[in-house]
Write a new protein. Structure first.
Length: 399
């Protein structure tokens, strides 16, 4: 008889109620063993499959599953009970979506942190109170695939897209991953993380070629109006317009001569990788180069001093664009992820105007705690406003 893992797919199988949990848990263990076999990670790394064998953790998962099912199926059928009535001013916090998401998010971060160290480099996660912040769940089976149709990943785990899924689907997705530091998880280069791009990533220098400490912390709306922002924008746009005639030496020379950046500090590719790309791939890489340069020009993380403009290229994946919100539940103005290179350069710039640069740690903490979001707003609103309709950050009108 074939092993269960030999026939397990990428999409989560159905879970027929809480009573079916033990059968489903065995499938989870088999799927996790299939994705990350014993001995395939750093010796100190605790695999997801082993965490799924932890009785205490899985009892917690079973309880969360029961809560999720109960609230989803019965909350509005309980006559005379309205949890929103306890705090009418906090309706969003107590609705039938928030509580399961909160519980699932905490279980997800626990399962991340309990892996103890990065599966690739073995570096430990030093702050348990952050529950795995600065750590990513890497879909390891996707690291060497060459086309989109071969990918095993169905959705991102733990983040918003993952928490909107039922718990059993989120655990199934987690079974396909191994926890890694952000910089180890990040695969430089266009596409799905080829062997060549990973080798390039590992060989990156540990210091920037130039000093960018002159760039102060500022939102992208101010960067776009700055001399260095305009120069980079014009340089990248001109190269995109003549992509077919562009060699790698042309790219390096243009960036060196026309911008405030060293090519090695913002280009996520080398000559071999560039020559292997088609026109679409080359355009994507130029857009990524623009993104890295703009994050440097923004002074790095807008909130903390740990990740400034001189962060090495290897760690630039930890610099993210945060869509600023006045308060939870307001009109959603985000149209797409600013890191998405499939949109035109013009559309991407419009989306970036709604954001500030945050390191991954601060970004997740801003989303987790209203207090941190308040600190961000206090700092931003000293000089800027947020357009209610578009979400764009704009300069204050000072009369």
């Amino acid at each position: 008889m074939p092993r269960a893992s030999d026939r397990l797919g990428d999409t989560a199988p159905p879970l027929n109620g809480v009573s079916d949990w033990h059968r489903y848990l065995q499938l989870l263990i088999d799927r996790a063993d299939q994705a990350v076999p014993a001995g395939s990670t750093h010796t100190n790394h605790v695999r997801v499959a082993d965490l799924f064998r932890d009785e205490t953790l899985m009892r917690v998962a079973q309880v969360i599953l029961a809560v999720e099912r109960f609230i989803t199926e019965n909350m509005f059928g309980l006559v005379g009970v309205d949890i929103n009535a306890f705090r009418p001013d906090q309706e969003e916090v107590y609705n039938n979506v928030y509580l399961p998401s909160f519980l699932k998010m905490n279980l997800g971060y626990t399962l991340r942190y309990k892996q103890e160290c990065c599966a690739e480099c073995g570096g430990r996660f030093s702050d348990p109170t952050r529950g795995g912040l600065g750590m990513e769940s890497d879909h390891v089976e996707d690291n060497d695939v060459q086309c989109e149709s071969e990918r095993k990943k169905v959705f991102e785990v733990i983040v918003e897209t993952g928490n909107s899924r039922p718990l059993h689907e989120q655990l199934w997705e987690l079974a396909k991953t191994a926890g890694k530091h952000c910089e180890c998880h990040y695969k430089q280069g266009y596409g799905l993380g080829s062997i060549a791009s990973r080798e390039f990533y590992r060989s990156l220098p540990l210091l920037c070629a130039k000093d960018y400490s002159c760039f102060s912390k500022r939102p992208f709306v101010e960067v776009f109006e700055s001399k260095e922002g305009k120069a980079l924008d014009e340089c990248i746009e001109s190269m995109i317009s003549c992509i077919r005639q562009l060699s790698f030496s042309d790219v390096s020379s243009n960036i060196e001569k026309k911008t405030a950046f060293a090519p090695v500090d913002i280009c996520c590719f080398d000559a071999d990788m560039w020559n292997d790309l088609n026109d679409e791939g080359k355009e994507g890489q130029l857009k990524r180069t623009w993104s890295v340069g703009m994050r440097r020009a923004a002074g790095g993380c807008y909130l903390c001093d740990e990740n400034g403009p001189n962060v090495i290229l290897k760690k630039m994946s930890m610099m993210e664009c945060h869509h600023v919100k006045w308060k939870p539940g307001e009109k959603k103005t985000k149209c797409f992820s600013p890191s998405n290179t499939h949109y035109s350069h013009r559309k991407r710039k419009i989306e970036w105007l709604k954001t500030v640069c945050l390191c991954k740690y601060c970004h997740q903490l801003v989303h987790l705690l209203d207090e941190n979001n308040g600190k961000l707003l206090d700092k931003l609103l000293e000089r800027f406003d947020i357009d209610d309709d578009t979400g764009k950050i704009v300069f204050k009108n000072i009369e």
